[in-house]
Design a protein around this ligand. Structure first.
Ligand code: FAD
Length: 63
C-alpha cells in the first residue's frame, strides 16, 4: 500500500492518531501544522467513551 502518499493537515490529537494508524498499515504520510511551535500548556486530559477504545487498540498494537 506504500504507493499511496497521504497529506494530513493538523498535528493535534486527530491528525496524529490518523498518522499513526495510516503508518501502521503501510501508507506514506506527511503532516503539516500551521502552529509555529509546540503548545506546551494545557489542561488535564479526560479520556472516555470511544477515545478509551482507541487508546486500548493503540496499546495492543505496540510490538
Ligand atoms: C479548555 C478545553 C478543555 C478540553 N478538555 C478535554 C478533555 O478533557 N477531554 C477531551 O477528550 N477533550 C477535551 N477538549 C476537546 C479537545 O481539545 C478537542 O476535542 C480536540 O482537541 C479536537 O482535536 P482535533 O485534533 O480534532 O482538533 P484540534 O485539537 O483543534 O487540532 C487541529 C490542529 O490542526 C491545525 N490546523 C488547523 N488548520 C490548519 C491548516 N489550515 N493547516 C495546518 N494545520 C492546521 C491546528 O493548528 C491544530 O493543531 C477540550 C477542549 C478545550 C478547549
Amino acid at each position: 500500500m506504500a504507493q499511496y502518499k497521504i497529506l494530513v493537515s493538523g498535528a493535534s490529537i486527530a491528525g496524529l492518531t490518523l498518522v499513526y494508524w495510516l503508518k501502521q498499515y503501510g501508507f506514506e504520510v506527511t503532516v503539516v501544522e500551521r502552529a509555529s511551535e509546540l503548545r506546551l500548556g494545557g489542561q488535564n486530559i479526560d479520556v472516555k467513551g470511544s477515545a478509551w477504545e482507541i487508546v486500548k487498540r493503540w496499546a495492543s498494537s505496540k510490538k
